[in-house]
Unconditional design. Sequence first.
Length: 432
Amino acid sequence: MRLIVAFVSTLLAAFWEPVKYTWRHLLIWLQKMITAADIKFALKHKQTLFALQRVALPGLKDIPGPVALPIFGTRWIYNKYFGRYTITKIHEAYQSMFKEYGQVIKEEAFFNYPVISTCSAQDIEKLIKFPSKFPLRPPNGIVSKYRQNTPGRYNDGGLTNEQGKAWHRLRESTTHDMVNTRVIQNLIADVNDMAIDYIAGINKLRDPDTGRVQDIIELNRKLGFESTCLLGLGCRVGFLEDELNPRVKRLSQATNCLFEALNEANYNLPLWRYFPNSTYKKLAKAEEDLYELACEYLEPALQRIEESYEPEAAQTVLIGILKRSDLDDKDKKSSIVDFVSSGMNTIGNTLSLLLYLIAKNPDAQTKLYEEINNLLEPDEPISAKYLNSARYLKACVQEYFRILPTAPQIARIVESEMVLSGYQVPEWVSIV
Ligand code: HEM
């Protein structure tokens, strides 16, 4: 049905403005239209059905990038047999492309849909500071599709995929407590316990002769998982225990599968749009597992709230969301799933790279050690007061984010025509 609607509307559009159309624009537009998420997206923002005609305004076609094949675009560069890059090393691909083509490059997704990447600080500032009440982020197509196919569990694409007012509503209602210092303070005792378990984990990894730790990444990953669950689910789940319990194992596997599927969906041919291929099945299984596991942690908390057992002092991000009267159960559960899946990998990676930079910089290491010794007695637990006073530690974290940002990409859809590094980019194009 969607396909027929898309064809008919495309033909109608072509009759109205025949001069501006080329086969390529028709294909681009068709591709956008056949995903229900995108139709919803377009309607929500009152974009006219002709918005994509402007995709080929002067400037876009001149942006350099890998050779694009008809229909298949530039995705061949990640093909494991004849491509130039691997999808598990995207950072190397972009480093190489920016070196070869300059600071703005154009890739083309399936059906030659253009995706522009820029590494220019001025461009990035222009995009991020664009005065918009509801910044447009390209939705994650495969997740939106899965959630549309699962209406019993999801009202919409959720916090990470929705746009406009629907996104704003979820964002306002769910992220409030994440930046609330009182809520964070409620977690400090658990954070201390986590730190103790983490140090015990490091000691177990030490070589008994040299005292050196060969590889700390896996342990950091576990700490990242544990702290995200603490923030999102409000309790310790056991990632730092010697033997992972089956629930935690499933949570870890589900998160890994989710990220693998998202990567495949982004960089391989998007066949999942047309039938449930292996990538779609992998994603569906991961989302299903994450949802079920999140529910296992949520149900008892919901019960406590209903029975008014939850004291104000025990407020956590989870309880804050569960108590919201403006969200229904589906919104609450999907937001928690989004929180947990978004935070899982970022914190562990941040810790690994931060420790790497500190290890490479002995002066910073000494200063940090002195700051900790000045602010805390040996074995004294971390407190909110300590965290507020640890200025050098905070500076190290900020400097780390400047030098090696954990999230290598932020994406936006251009809301009105703008010039990026000398190229005129029409509205509606995705910029990474
Ligand atoms: C050091 C750790 C983290 C880094 C570097 C990081 C980075 C990012 C970035 C770059 C974005 C996209 C922002 C944008 O498009 O403007 C984002 C979005 C998001 N992050 Fe994180 N994040 C981290 C930790 C977490 C944690 C711990 C959670 C949850 C417990 C979380 C939940 C989310 C959510 C839900 C979004 C989507 C927000 C929206 O679309 O409105 N993140 N994060």
